[in-house]
Design a protein around this ligand. Structure first.
Ligand SMILES: Cc1cc2nc3c(=O)[nH]c(=O)nc-3n(C[C@H](O)[C@H](O)[C@H](O)COP(=O)(O)OP(=O)(O)OC[C@H]3O[C@@H](n4cnc5c(N)ncnc54)[C@H](O)[C@@H]3O)c2cc1C
Length: 385
């Protein structure tokens, strides 16, 4: 059994909180207006070594476990910032670490760890396939010592701010494979000076640097295929638990930011000659959001501990993501309500964080699909799709 109360990484948390103090609400607010990428923040995190925390020491990283990465992301969100600008580097590299060859790891990881290369883009979702990843249509066809990639991805976040992209593409036609999970492969695509790639930003309700990416006869060297051809879907699935846990910790950070902000405001805003927080109608939703986020955090910690111990944790990782995303959304709604009209004013940051945390009900996996996983794989109910 993994320890029931994993180390809380207090030192890392304190250091990340100090770093984030240099990037206050005004910094994120301005970026939000301009829909600009937080380059200075990502550079500071990279220089601090935080983005390389999961890379083993032999490749120049700090070789920490998932709980440390989760603590870093939680602190970023708790400070009012957003880890989406860089969190993919933490979960994408798991595929390279677990399934990449020794040559691939020594070629890429030291550069990623040193901050010379950014591994921030993850190209899975396609417009026509949506959540049904096995229906993707982007193809990679082997021609000698390279693959020719054609097709389109959508919602490929940070593609304009990344040197490398982990790409899932079809290497065998869907009607020629025995199982729908076969025939897909993962590639490490070098986006620098790549010919045959065009990237179009998508403007969204939050500042997320997300894009659509078009491939037209993009040449990818065969040596950039990760693992075995045709097993890519499995490799991506392998990384899902880590992704769920990391995203859940961002949600916990958001929830804590909303609760802190609402509590402070409720203590100081005076209406009818008393602080609004003296009214139970105001304080109970804050207390309820607090209880929900603390409970969700226990599940996040449990999932991370199981993951670090190498135990199965799909059930816990999915529940952590579900509960934490619900807790952050509940806290966001409560925080707007507590602030009354000022919850809608940009300078309070509440409306920005409200928009940002809404994403987690949909991406990287929607709430319905987590519920479907629990219903089918944990409770044994019939598959619904
Ligand atoms: C800002 C943003 C950033 C993103 N970044 C990335 C990224 O970097 N890389 C990447 O690959 N993807 C990324 N995504 C894509 C994201 O993972 C998908 O949007 C998400 O998985 C949902 O897929 P979809 O949008 O195609 O929705 P759809 O699959 O079209 O689903 C629409 C709705 O129907 C529901 N639904 C569908 N099927 C079922 C079913 N069988 N049962 C019950 N409900 C169902 C879903 O839950 C959802 O609510 C991003 C998305 C956004 C919005």
């Amino acid at each position: 059994m993994p320890p029931s109360s994993p180390p809380d990484h207090a030192e890392i948390r304190a250091a990340v909180a100090r770093l984030c103090a240099g990037f206050p609400g005004a910094y994120w607010r301005q970026l939000d207006v301009e829909r600009a990428y937080p380059t200075a923040f990502v550079q500071a995190l990279t220089q601090g070594g935080y983005l390389a925390c999961l890379i083993p020491a032999e490749y120049g990283g700090s070789g920490l476990g998932l709980a440390a990465a989760a603590a870093i992301l939680e602190e970023i969100h708790k400070s009012g910032g957003n880890g989406a600008a860089c969190h993919a580097q933490m979960y994408v590299m798991g595929t390279l670490l677990r399934h990449g060859s020794a040559a691939q790891k020594s070629r890429w990881l030291p550069q990623v760890a040193a901050g010379a290369l950014r591994l921030q883009a993850f190209g899975v979702t396609e417009p026509s396939a949506g959540t049904d990843t096995t229906a993707i249509q982007t193809t990679a066809v082997r021609q000698g010592d390279r693959y020719l990639v054609n097709g389109q991805k959508v919602w490929t976040s940070r593609a304009e701010h990344s040197d490398l992209m982990l790409l899932l593409a079809r290497t065998a036609p869907r009607d020629r494979i025995a199982k729908r999970t076969e025939g897909l492969s993962v590639f490490l695509v070098d986006l620098r000076n790549a010919r045959g790639v065009s990237i179009r930003p998508i403007r969204t309700m939050l500042n997320h640097a997300t894009t659509e990416v078009f491939f037209e006869n993009l040449e990818v060297p065969a040596e950039n295929l990760i693992g075995e051809e045709g097993r890519g879907f499995r490799y991506i699935l392998d990384g899902m638990n880590a992704e769920r846990i990391l995203i859940a910790s961002e949600c916990i950070g958001d929830a804590r930011w909303f609760i802190g902000k609402a509590t402070e405001y409720a203590k100081t805003r005076v209406v009818f000659d008393r602080p609004i927080g003296q009214n139970q109608g105001v304080q109970f939703p804050i207390a309820r959001a607090y209880a929900a986020s603390e409970a969700a955090d226990l599940m996040v910690q449990r999932a991370a501990a199981l993951y670090e111990a190498g135990e199965p944790c799909a059930k816990e990782a999915n529940m952590a993501k579900l509960l934490a995303a619900d807790a952050s959304w509940q806290a966001a709604d409560m925080c707007v309500q507590t602030h009354g009209g000022f919850g809608f004013a940009a300078e309070y940051d509440v409306e920005r964080k409200f928009r940002e945390t809404r994403l987690y009900q949909v991406a990287p996996i929607s709430t319905n699909l987590i519920l479907a996983y629990l219903a089918e794989h944990v409770l044994g109910l019939p598959r619904s799709y």
